[in-house]
Ligand binder design. Sequence first.
Ligand code: PRP
Length: 170
Amino acid sequence: MEREILISPEDIRKRVKDLAAKISSDYGGKEPILVGILNGVVFFFSDLVRELTIPVKIDFIRAASYGSQMTSSGTVKISKDVEISVQGKPVLLIEDIVDTGSTLAHIIDNIRNKGADSVKVCAFIDKTERRTKAVPIHYRGFEIEEGFLVGYGLDYNEQYRDLPGIYVLK
Ligand code: PRP
């Protein structure tokens, strides 16, 4: 499949730094729990966390969504839950991409139900075209309207996650 570069590795690095600076300033003295939503988030998560200048705790959650390859059906299940207690703690959810919003909506409910003190969201890509669930995004890397995106953790049939930039598949 052909692909076209959309966000270069250099632009990714700059944006991650900006986001990390803002998060470090907003959460100073609070020691938030950063919860990465697996699997695609691993590259963004590790880049972001290493740019933070505040102490944080980290954990991961995995939501399986069932649907066809280029779309998601909206049926979401937690297949791996957080393992450290979020009760009374500030939680920052980290996503690589928000598309329909179904995954994030489900995970926000899950974390709120565990009694987190606050639940905020940092998403590297906010893809707006197919949004069906209104979800808050407090820290956003890039807003992109449409296109099938791969690279920097994003896959097509588990391919292309390792590309250092973000591409649109043609
Ligand atoms: C992707 C992505 C988000 C979700 C966004 O994960 O990482 O978690 O889809 O889609 P939505 O807004 O329509 O719910 P996916 O379930 O494909 O798993 P992956 O991270 O392992 O690729």
